[in-house]
Design a binder for this molecule. Structure first.
Ligand code: 3PG
Length: 306
């Protein structure tokens, strides 16, 4: 009997786990759960004899791949797969997949939750500002970027997008102004919402040059990855621009410095919660389970990323 391990340091909602269990057991496989583990060593032991692995932001390192001698497939229930060592997976003949789009709405809604919170001064009772009429720049127009754009139009924001991988006509069909240069996005928009993946090209790419181009009242919203921010530059921008604010679904490495010196100009979720809704957990978790069954039963490799 095939063994499918769900290893989630940050667990799915119980209703999603039950849905995953149903799909796995109906396929005739065994489900093994490893939740809230604190020690990466626990994952090393748990993967030892499994055929498939479902993860969230859990790290699939070369050591994990090496320990998982029977592993054929790992599915990241979510969008970003920067937590999987793809080279190690490929070398071991392990298929890696993600579940694109399944948790996007939850992330897009959080971006707005944070924007409203900051525009209203952390709900502290003082007079804040509104989002209507403000310019929002969407940096990368993938699944989350598109939903952020849709919600922004509902808020009455003026919406711009930059994505070098998507043609302008596709962006403009959604009622969004497409810009050809990233610099143009940052110099035009008071709000910037980041939706780029973390990879060798994007790491530390959000830098002093881009952030200082932003108009007065600049607010950067990061529901992507902390690695895409050049944190030394971020601190310098906080210093140089008293109007600059940073909202992040990922606690930055320089959080303590920001907390000490820039009170009222930031908000960080305590842990990554963008996709932490029961809807997103159900969508992504069940998609992951179905993709595993499809892979074993029909050889389906749609959403393979390696
Ligand atoms: C993703 O890449 O799908 C999101 O960042 C969600 O990550 P999570 O599953 O760890 O919440």
């Amino acid at each position: 009997m095939k063994k499918i391990l769900v290893a989630t340091e940050k667990p799915f909602a119980p209703v999603a786990v039950e849905g995953i269990r149903k799909i796995i057991t109906e396929a005739g496989y065994e489900l093994i759960l490893l939740e809230k583990y604190a020690d990466p060593g626990d994952l090393l032991s748990a993967v030892r004899d499994v055929d498939a692995l479902i993860i969230r932001s859990d790290k699939v390192t070369p050591a994990v791949i090496d320990a998982a001698k029977n592993l054929k497939i790992v599915v990241r229930a979510g969008a970003g797969y920067d937590n999987i060592d793809l080279a190690a997976a490929t070398a071991a003949g392990v298929v890696a997949m993600n579940t694109p789009g399944q948790n996007s709405n939850a992330v897009a809604e959080l971006a707005f939750g944070m924007m409203v919170y900051m525009a209203r001064n952390g709900f502290n009772g003082t007079s804040g500002s509104e989002l209507r009429g403000k310019k929002l720049g969407i940096h990368a127009f993938g699944n989350v970027g598109r939903l952020v754009a849709e919600i922004a139009l509902g808020f009455g924001m003026k919406v711009y997008a930059y994505d070098p991988l998507i043609d302008n006509a596709t962006i403009e069909k959604c009622g969004i102004k497409a810009l050809d240069k990233v610099e143009e996005l940052y110099s035009t928009c008071r709000y910037i919402s980041l939706h780029i993946p973390a990879n060798e090209q994007t790491k530390k790419s959000i830098n002093y040059k881009l952030l200082t181009m932003m108009p007065k009242g600049a607010t950067l919203v990061n529901t992507a990855r902390k690695e895409v921010i050049h944190e030394d530059d971020l601190l310098k921008v906080f210093e140089d621009r008293p109007d600059f604010k940073y909202l992040s679904d990922i606690v930055p490495d320089c959080a303590e410095k920001i907390k000490t010196a820039f009170e009222g100009r930031f908000f960080f979720t305590p842990k990554k919660i963008g996709a932490q809704t029961s809807e997103a957990n159900i969508n992504a978790g069940l998609a992951a389970a179905r993709q595993i069954v499809g892979f074993f039963e029909k050889g389906d490799t749609t959403f393979k990323v390696n």
